[in-house]
Design a protein around this ligand. Structure first.
Ligand code: C5P
Length: 401
C-alpha cells in the first residue's frame, strides 16, 4: 500500500522565499500559507504593502516567519541600504499571495512605487502571483489585459479559483487555497520528482461526429486526466494535455491542446512526441462513423444504419514506437478488473496501468484506482481524484527513475 501524498510531503528545505502580501481580504489566508511554507522548511521573508497591513498586522507574519516583516522602503534602508536590490536577488522565489487587482496593474506597468513592486522589478528569481479579487474585477478588461502582459513577462499565475467570495458573490476570483499554492511550488522550483521531464497526457472523451450537430461519445468528465496533468505539473514536469471536449479549467502551468475526434487526438499526440512519459487517460471512442454527413441528417425513416470503422489505438501505437516514452494506460472496467486490466497492460506493452471499476468512478470526484506494473498490483485507498493522481505520479516517478 502506498503512503498518503499530501501537503505534509512537500519539502522546500533551504529554499529562500519572499512572500509578498497585498491588500485584500485573502491576506488572512496568506498567514496560513506563511505557516505552511515555514513548515515545509522554507526560509520565508514576508513583505507587505500598506494596504495589506489594513487587513492583517505585520506582527502576525513576524510570529509565523520568525523574522521582522518588511513594509516600506525604509526597512530596506538598513545595512548597506540596498536590501531592495539584493533581497530578491538572493531568493529562489518571490511569491505574491494574495495579488490584488491594483498590484497586478502596477506590476504590469513595471512600477516601483513601494517596496514590494521594487523587489519584483529588481529580482532575478522567479515571480509567482496568486490573484484574489471580486469576480467582476477579475473579469474586467483592464485586469485581463494586465494578466496577458504578466503572462508575456514570464510570471507564473496561480489561480484564481471559482467559488463563494468574501463580498457574497460567487465566481472566479478567490485566491487558491494555501495548500494548493504550496503544492505548486516544488515543481516551480525544480524540486519535483518529474523535474525536467516532458509529460504528454490525454484526457476526457473523444467526440465522433455523425453530422454537423450529432456525434458518438463516451461518458468521461475528464476530471481524472486533468488531475493527472495537475499532479505531473506539481511534480515539475513540462506538461502537454491533449483534451477532448470538457468544461474543466486548464491546470496551472499546463499547456492544453483541444481536440474532438480520436483521429484529431492521434494527430495531436504524434505531433507532441517525443516525450519522456505518455499517460493516456482519455476515454477514446473505439469506433467512428465511416463517412460523416455534411448536412444534418433528416428524420425520414424508422431506422437509421450508421457504418462504423475502428479508431486507431493511440496508446498501443505510441507504446509500439521504436523508442517509446514511458507509457501509462488507464482501464475502466465494469467487472473482473484485475484480469482485464492486466490483460490490457500486456497486450498494449505498458510498464504501468491504472485500473478502476467504471461504476465506482465515472463523473465522480473520488476514485479507487489499482496500479498494475511488473511487480504486481498496488491498490490505492479511495480518495479525491487529485490525491489519486499524485499517488500515480509518485509511483511512476519511482519506476521511471
Ligand atoms: O479502451 P481501452 O480500455 O482499451 O483503453 C485502455 C487504454 O488505452 C486507455 O489508457 C486509453 O486512453 C487508451 N486508448 C487509446 N486509444 C484508443 C482506445 C484506448 O489510446 N482507441
Amino acid at each position: 500500500m502506498e503512503s498518503r501524498v499530501g501537503i505534509e510531503s512537500v519539502s522546500l528545505t533551504n529554499k529562500k522565499i519572499i512572500l509578498g502580501v497585498t491588500g485584500g481580504i485573502a491576506a488572512y489566508k496568506a498567514a496560513e500559507l506563511c505557516r505552511l511554507l515555514v513548515k515545509a522548511g522554507a526560509d520565508v521573508q514576508v513583505a507587505m504593502t500598506m494596504a495589506a497591513q489594513q487587513f492583517v498586522t505585520p506582527l502576525t507574519f513576524q510570529a509565523l516567519s520568525g523574522k521582522p516583516v518588511l513594509t516600506s522602503m525604509r526597512d530596506a534602508a538598513s545595512g548597506d541600504g540596498m536590501a531592495h536590490i539584493h533581497l530578491s536577488r538572493d531568493a529562489d522565489l518571490l511569491l505574491v499571495a494574495p495579488a490584488s487587482a491594483d498590484f497586478m496593474a502596477r506590476l504590469a506597468q513595471g512600477r516601483a512605487d513601494d517596496l514590494l513592486t521594487t523587489l519584483c522589478l529588481a529580482r532575478t528569481c522567479r515571480l509567482a502571483i496568486a490573484p484574489a479579487m471580486n469576480r467582476e474585477m477579475w473579469a474586467a478588461t483592464a485586469t485581463q489585459r494586465n494578466l496577458t502582459q504578466l503572462h508575456a513577462d514570464g510570471l507564473s499565475v496561480l489561480g484564481p479559483a471559482a467559488g463563494e467570495q468574501a463580498c457574497g458573490e460567487v465566481g472566479l476570483g478567490r485566491m487558491l487555497e494555501p495548500a494548493d499554492i504550496l503544492n505548486a511550488l516544488p515543481g516551480m522550483l525544480g524540486l519535483g520528482a518529474l523535474a525536467g521531464k516532458r509529460v504528454l497526457i490525454t484526457a476526457g472523451s473523444t467526440f465522433e461526429a455523425i453530422d454537423p450537430v450529432r456525434g458518438l461519445t463516451n461518458l468521461s468528465s475528464g476530471k481524472m486526466g486533468y488531475a493527472v496533468a495537475q499532479a505531473a505539473a506539481e511534480a515539475g514536469a513540462e506538461v502537454c494535455l491533449v483534451s477532448g471536449p470538457t468544461c474543466l479549467p486548464t491546470p496551472v502551468g499546463v499547456r492544453r491542446i483541444d481536440v474532438m475526434g480520436a483521429t484529431d487526438m492521434q494527430k495531436a499526440v504524434m505531433a507532441e512526441l517525443p516525450a519522456d512519459v505518455f499517460i493516456s487517460v482519455a476515454a477514446v471512442a473505439d469506433y467512428r462513423v465511416a463517412s460523416r454527413a455534411k448536412q444534418k441528417i433528416k428524420k425520414s425513416t424508422d431506422s437509421l444504419t450508421l457504418q462504423l470503422v475502428a479508431n486507431p489505438d493511440i496508446l498501443a501505437e505510441v507504446a509500439a514506437l521504436p523508442d517509446p516514452p514511458f507509457c501509462v494506460g488507464f482501464a475502466a472496467e465494469t467487472e473482473r478488473l484485475a484480469e482485464y486490466a492486466e490483460a490490457k497492460r500486456t497486450r498494449k506493452k505498458l510498464p504501468l496501468l491504472a485500473g478502476n471499476l467504471a461504476q465506482d468512478t465515472l463523473g465522480q470526484d473520488t476514485a479507487e484506482l489499482v496500479l498494475f506494473d511488473d511487480r504486481g498490483q498496488h491498490p490505492l485507498p479511495r480518495a479525491n481524484k487529485l490525491t489519486q493522481a499524485r499517488h500515480l505520479i509518485r509511483h511512476l516517478a519511482t519506476l521511471l527513475n
